[in-house]
Write a protein that binds this ligand. Structure first.
Ligand code: UTP
Length: 301
């Protein structure tokens, strides 16, 4: 019997420099895809996978994330007065239950590994899920649920991966694939941002992890890695010497909402999947594409 994964960590302390000026005073994780903030998609995915404790590693300007996961009595009262019972019910069902959220501060954005390490005391000695909220997915079931299913069979550590064009691997953490089916295969190695010629595969780590608590000490022992940041991949490489890692090539599609193109694409795809706005939005898109070629000045790129 493996120990159940009850806790999920959400690192939300990054500066979001690729989205300035939108992220100057507002966290990137509160950018909306259609009408839900990015962080809400990650929370929903974690709840579907059975997570009961939500740990946020925050930084300055991130208090609004804490407010988002709290009751808002004035708003609820007004919705009630106006008979907007559906909106009220939706707001309430989005909330984790009282006592299920914990917040800690990273203080300085020293990298993803460092952000995860800041959660060590809140996680304790249990396996935990790690979700990067700027990656969201269209998948059924959710990506973390697919990973928990693999974890319950094999234990150890689990990483969600997806295929990219081999030319594009240098922007990501990349794994080496061993034996096993797409749903759960052995990971035999990993490297952060390799040169194309040195990449062990075109399977990239896509922002979802299940990790054993021994990772925390390894992060603490880690020197700074790629980009001068404390990288989680370096600590996972060290953990691989003693523990198994399973890859899950998940069924579904990812949207990297930390990049402008990923974020805009996610808005189109998620809007077209929403019964309340899909047909109106599609009409507008058709009008736009009917007016093609839109003038795009290549010199600006
Ligand atoms: P990113 O590298 O995508 O986020 O980290 P960033 O640094 O905020 O964005 P850019 O590159 O400047 O535009 C992935 C996740 O890890 C968190 C981020 O908040 C994001 O959710 N993170 C990153 C931290 O919590 N702390 C860090 O030091 C770095």
């Amino acid at each position: 019997m493996v120990k159940r994964v009850r806790t999920a960590v959400f690192p939300v302390a990054g500066l979001g420099t690729r989205f300035l000026p939108a992220t100057k005073a507002m966290p990137k994780e509160m950018l909306p895809v259609v009408d839900r903030p990015l962080i809400q998609y990650a929370i929903d995915e974690a709840r579907e996978a059975g997570i009961e404790h939500f740990v946020f590693v925050t930084g300055r300007n991130k208090g609004v994330i804490e407010d988002h996961f709290d009751r808002q009595f004035e708003l609820e009262f007004t919705l009630e007065q106006r008979g907007k019972t559906r909106a009220l019910a939706d707001l309430r069902s989005d909330l984790p239950r009282p006592g299920q959220t914990s917040f800690t501060r990273q203080q300085e954005p020293l990298g993803l590994g460092h952000a995860v390490w800041c959660a060590r005391d809140l996680v304790g000695g249990e396996p935990f899920a790690l979700l990067l909220p700027d990656m969201i997915f269209k998948s059924e079931p959710g990506v973390l649920k697919q990973m928990v299913d693999a974890y319950e069979q094999r234990g150890g550590n689990v990483i969600a991966v997806e295929e990219v064009d081999p030319e594009d691997v240098s922007s990501y953490g990349v794994v080496a694939r061993g034996e096993g089916p797409d749903e759960s295969f052995d990971i035999t190695g990993m490297v952060e941002k390799p040169e194309v010629a040195e990449a062990p595969s075109n399977l990239i780590i896509s922002g979802r992890y299940i990790l054993q608590p021994e990772i925390f000490q390894l992060i603490a022992d880690q020197p700074k890695g790629a980009g001068g940041e404390i990288q989680i991949t370096d600590a996972m490489q060290a953990l691989m010497k003693n523990q198994d890692f399973t890859g899950v090539k998940y069924a579904g599609k990812s949207f990297d909402c930390g990049s402008k193109i990923g974020f805009l694409t996610a808005n189109v795809v998620f809007a077209l999947d929403r019964p309340d706005i899909a047909s109106g939005f599609m009409d507008e898109l058709k009008k736009l594409t009917g007016a093609l070629p839109l003038s795009v000045d290549d010199s600006e790129h």
